[in-house]
Ligand binder design. Structure first.
Ligand SMILES: *Cc1c(COP(=O)(O)O)cnc(C)c1O
Ligand SMILES: [Zn+2]
Length: 616
């Protein structure tokens, strides 16, 4: 026997049809648009315990009365929420703002705000009798859902686009999800997942109505953390738009219940390469402008088909807010600033609100005195490669304190990365004189590369010239990194020349001529590919001259820019019989040259180590 009617229902945002949660929890069965949860707020008000709401410690669970949950005996929670509202100390000064706050959502259990939504969504999934869950994701949704599925004891099927950020993918696998990588966009993954849910009767998780209810707690917490006041502005990155709409709903509800007197203005921000909702906002239309292939480093918001466009656009307009875009370069710069000035390390998508601040100040949309809250949506460890795209990798040294002193004396720690937007710019076609080259390096990267680094850099740059490759900023950064990684003080082994013959059907053949401590040798070898043949020939040649052996334990190729004429960075890990190990790098537009250089460098370091250990 039911004593009360359910205190909420689902309603289509487009055609206003009401739906029962047993009929659908995802989209309107009539027009396939998004659903919103509508409440009987009198019921909620009557049931509220104001004392506990105002006095119990911060936690997403304390707002249970505002969620569409009926069965409170089986809540699927990982203790989400209660994230810090960090008051900016340094960034605010640099920008000229007096009351800047950062809501650090990376502090949630899986490192992203989505956990708040997953709590409600998975509680509902159990309540509605789900046997298995499936979800499409750019990575964070996958990680969050697999964590909540694991604790709920539900199998979780996940579809992500190929190339998902490594932190997110490894989390998802660790939580035990059944993962498929789709060669396509997030939109393709959504389409396949919806079909999968229908065909196999899986509970479809994702940016749907119940998730949004959980995400309202971001606003409840901000209000409480600002001593029961609303800020003037809340700045939110937009992907699907679910979070921005949920944040708005949270503020509206607390105003309705009389907990705050004013409402904030919401500012939505998107990357330039994925301006679905901002474009619609500008054109004054109520549906997103769809994008087939979004292009941005902020992969979590690279969503061309946003599911909650109607809700997000409504929220922006109702709040008298604003919507704007920022460039990938601005995003990566802000990511570093937030880390350096406020010690909050976020993923690129989460830095988007910070990137918008200078623009908003300049356009006089926000002012010095305004209370501004930026939502830092996710943790930086989710996508560690993004930050390394512009930050130079640090130097390597032999384990000698003299090397440490050299690092300090030359102030190599002052090295600075280049801006994303400048990466492809050509610096020179012909290598300038050595001193000019080093001046250029100092100007670009803020390090003074005197010898022994200077000579080495000059030699490497000349090799680019020999291959007819213009040197871009990225190339020069790679060369500087290579030089700072090379530690062999003595060149025992020098490769003088090589020749590789490769055809489609036969095994490639390589001939290598090298000099080992003054003695020349030439050797030949075949291999499965041209690089393999060259390295085999090298190993044969060194074995002929003396009996020191080392073998390759890892080989990686990295290409920073696009195009077949890009420079490649080869990283090789070599090991000798004593288990000494070295990681050596070679950079060249020619992959064989880069590989030979890495081998040469690694070999010299290991051989040098063996010489000194024989002496002592
Ligand atoms: C999902 C996500 C967003 C975008 O949120 P929407 O609700 O899709 O608009 C932003 N930042 C991060 C880190 C995310 O994971
Ligand atoms: Zn409808």
């Amino acid at each position: 026997m039911r004593l009360v009617q359910r205190f909420y229902t689902l309603q289509c945002v487009r055609c206003d049809t009401f739906w029962d949660e047993h009929q659908t929890t995802t989209v309107c069965l009539r027009c396939r648009n998004a659903l919103d949860v509508k409440y009987d707020y009198d019921y909620i008000r009557d049931r509220l315990n104001l004392y506990s709401l105002k006095n119990s410690p911060l936690s997403a669970l304390k707002y249970m009365d505002f969620y569409p949950i009926e069965n409170r005996r089986r809540v699927v929670s990982l203790d989400e929420g209660a994230t810090p509202l960090h008051r900016s100390q340094n960034l605010s000064k640099a920008l000229g703002l007096k009351n800047l706050y950062v809501k650090d959502e990376g502090a949630n259990p899986t490192g992203v705000f989505k956990d708040r939504g997953s709590m409600v969504e998975f509680t509902k999934a159990l309540e509605l009798g789900a046997q298995a869950v499936c979800v499409a994701s750019t990575g964070n949704m996958a990680a969050s859902c697999s964590a909540y599925a694991a604790i709920a004891g539900l199998p979780c099927y996940v579809l992500v686009p190929e190339g998902t950020a490594i932190g997110k993918l490894s989390q998802t696998l660790a939580y035990g999800a059944r993962v498929l990588q789709v060669r396509g966009t997030y939109g393709d993954a959504v389409r396949l997942t919806e079909k999968m849910a229908e065909d196999h009767k899986f509970y479809l998780a994702g940016d749907y109505a119940f998730r949004a209810e959980g995400q309202k707690s971001i606003s409840y917490e901000i209000i409480e953390q600002l001593y029961w006041k609303a800020p003037d502005f809340v700045i939110v990155p937009i992907g699907c738009g679910t979070n921005l709409a949920a944040i708005w709903k949270g503020f509206v509800e607390f105003k309705k219940l009389g907990f705050i007197d004013t409402l904030p203005k919401l500012i939505g921000v998107q990357p330039e390469g994925c301006s679905t909702i901002c474009e619609a906002f500008k054109r004054n239309v109520d549906r997103a402008v769809l994008i087939e292939k979004p292009k941005t480093i902020a992969s979590a918001v690279g969503i061309g088909v946003p599911q909650d466009d109607i809700k997000a656009l409504r929220a922006l307009r109702e709040s008298k807010g604003y919507c704007l875009t920022v460039t990938d370069s601005e995003i990566l710069t802000s990511q570093q600033e937030l880390a350096k000035m406020e010690s909050i390390f976020v993923e690129p998508s989460a830095a988007i609100p910070i990137a918008a601040l200078p623009i908003l100040l300049k356009e006089k949309i926000i002012h010095e005195e305004d209370v501004v809250v930026c939502i830092a949506t996710g943790n930086g460890l989710k996508d560690p490669h993004a930050v390394l795209k512009i930050l130079p990798s640090p130097p390597s040294i032999e384990a000698l304190s003299s090397e440490v002193d050299k690092f300090l004396k030359n102030r190599l720690y002052e090295i600075q990365g280049i801006k994303l937007k400048d990466q492809g710019e050509i610096l020179f076609q012909q290598v300038p004189e050595k001193d000019k080259l080093l001046d250029l390096v100092e100007q670009e990267f803020k390090v003074n590369l005197r010898n022994p680094y200077g000579d080495h850099l000059y030699t490497l740059a000349r090799e680019f010239e020999e291959k007819g490759k213009a040197v871009t900023r990225t190339d020069l950064q790679n060369l500087v990194e290579t030089v700072l990684k090379s530690t062999s003080p003595h060149k025992f082994l020098k490769v003088l020349d090589y020749q590789v013959v490769a055809t489609k059907h036969a095994r490639p053949k390589a001939t290598v001529t090298l000099e080992f401590e003054g003695k020349q040798t030439t050797s030949e070898s075949e291999g499965v590919g041209p690089v393999d043949a060259a390295i085999q020939a090298l190993r044969k040649a060194v074995q002929e001259t003396h009996d020191f052996e080392c073998h390759l334990v890892d080989y990686q190729v990295h290409i920073d820019t696009s195009g077949t004429d890009s420079a490649v960075e080869v990283t090789m890990t070599l090991k000798d019989k004593e288990n000494n190990q070295v990681v050596a790098v070679g950079t060249s537009p020619d992959i064989i040259v880069a590989s030979i250089e890495a081998f040469e460098e690694g070999y010299n370091v290991l051989y040098g180590k063996n010489q000194t250990s024989l002496e002592t």
